[in-house]
Ligand binder design. Structure first.
Ligand code: PGA
Length: 259
């Protein structure tokens, strides 16, 4: 199944890297991939904070770097009186390809609901970009045996009622909340099991063809040491990397990793 899909490794820079630092980081990444190109069948996206997207875009486009541009969030409305927000259209105009929707940090700290996340996915798709829909359970939910239900609800909340073509083009990132920024990676088996569950939910919503075409990432304390085994799992089609994506050498090692 993997053969039909391109692996997507995404760097979520979170609220790090002002535009000077972002330029330095992208130049470091560029120097590393110039020495040895990104392996065939792998796609890389970088997700700087809003204030650094234009800087990274200019570097990527001027030097033809093999990175796709990503954003970490957007507002669901097109425009208007939403002080401090950034619309999907504004991101599309910067040639952003992937937009993270519903990261657990935003769900937890900013109260984003499944309804909010669905609206963001609507806006991202309406502007020709692909969402990276983040889903995942807390430790309490896992211990209580409620993880599968939580994740299925998050997936269907954002993706129900969409065509097979649309669902086939989305990325879902399984990020167990207890593994994010904690240094505790899910076991390969746990990651595989939940990614398979997500694929079965996508199949229920939009058919087996769409589910096979959609890509499912794992995220949560991914390092160069854990990346290869995770990517070898049959339902893991990529990785969403936080902390380690701020270190060019580590991130490129993750991008290149094999089991
Ligand atoms: P982490 O973050 O790799 O630092 O755990 C992952 C994420 O939140 O996307």
């Amino acid at each position: 199944m993997r053969d039909a899909r391109t692996v997507l490794v995404s760097g979520n820079w979170k609220m790090n890297e002002n535009h000077f630092e972002a330029l330095k980081l992208v130049q470091e990444l560029a120097a590393l991939v110039r020495v040895a190109p990104i392996p065939e069948g792998r796609e890389v996206s970088v997700h700087p904070p809003f204030t650094s997207i234009r800087t990274v875009q200019t570097a990527v486009e001027t030097d033809h770097l093999p990175f796709l541009l990503g954003a970490q969030n957007c507002h669901h409305e097109e425009r208007g009186a939403f002080t401090g927000e950034v619309s999907a259209e504004m991101l599309a105009k910067l040639n952003v390809a992937y937009v993270i929707a519903g990261h657990s940090e935003r769900r937890a700290h900013l109260g984003e609901s499944d309804v909010d996340v669905r609206r963001k996915v609507d806006a991202i798709l309406a502007h020709g970009m692909r969402p990276i829909l983040c889903v995942g359970e807390t430790l309490e939910e896992r211990v209580a045996g409620a993880a599968v239900e939580k994740v299925r609800t998050q997936v269907s909340g954002a993706l129900s009622g969409r065509s097979g073509e649309v669902v086939g083009g989305v990325v879902v990132a399984y990020e167990p909340i207890w593994a994010i920024g904690t240094g505790e990676t899910a076991s390969v088996q746990d990651a595989q099991d939940m990614c398979a569950t997500i694929r079965s939910e996508l199949s229920r919503l939009a058919g087996a063809g769409a589910a096979a075409a959609a890509r499912i990432q794992y995220g949560g304390s991914v390092t160069p040491d854990s990346a290869g085994a995770l990517l070898a799992a049959p339902d893991v089609d990529g990785l969403l990397v936080g902390g380690a994506s701020l270190d060019a050498e580590k991130f490129v090692a993750i991008v290149r990793s094999t089991a």
